[in-house]
Design a protein around this ligand. Sequence first.
Ligand SMILES: Cc1cc2nc3c(=O)[nH]c(=O)nc-3n(C[C@H](O)[C@H](O)[C@H](O)COP(=O)(O)O)c2cc1C
Length: 178
Amino acid sequence: MLPQPVLIIGTYNADGTPNAMNAAWGGQWDAREIVISMGAHATTDNLNACGEFTLAFATQETMVASDFVGIVSAKNCPNKIQKTGWTAIKSDNVHAPVFADFPLTMECRIIRKIDESPEGYYIVAEIVNILVDENYLTPDGQPDVDQMHLITYNPISHTYMSLGYPLAQAFSIGKQLK
Ligand SMILES: Cc1cc2nc3c(=O)[nH]c(=O)nc-3n(C[C@H](O)[C@H](O)[C@H](O)COP(=O)(O)O)c2cc1C
């Protein structure tokens, strides 16, 4: 699939310290549910202990550290989150850290695991709540995605790309051919 999202999964390690990992193999499952293909990681252990997590959308500003959390495991790097420079705050709605450096974060709870094995599983999770930094709201209170500098993952060139700018209104622009 092209493009893929750059999602940062936030969980707590067994010792209570925050952890984060990068996930590009994910997307929408249903109106209020998301799906992620999970391998066997420290994050997977954390999710087995508690099925709650946060999901932040990576930005140009958080890109370097977002890649870092995707190539280094908390299993080998106890100060992983310290190295990102991110600020971890306890979520109000789920047992997971919210990283304040991201404009848009979803608080999620696993409702189903598919094809569970020692290598991992597919997570289906409900979106419990969505947090948006007040600086990234439109005047009518909607998330202002255009201002967030979100990045996507290109699985062909293995590069991060910027999301771009709006072109036209969906469910509308095509009406001119009706
Ligand atoms: C661009 C990118 C995308 C990734 N996508 C996924 C993914 O969708 N699922 C997955 O299990 N791991 C994915 N990874 C790998 C994990 O993020 C990586 O193994 C991480 O170090 C796990 O951290 P942890 O062991 O501290 O949980 C991705 C890594 C990168 C760099």
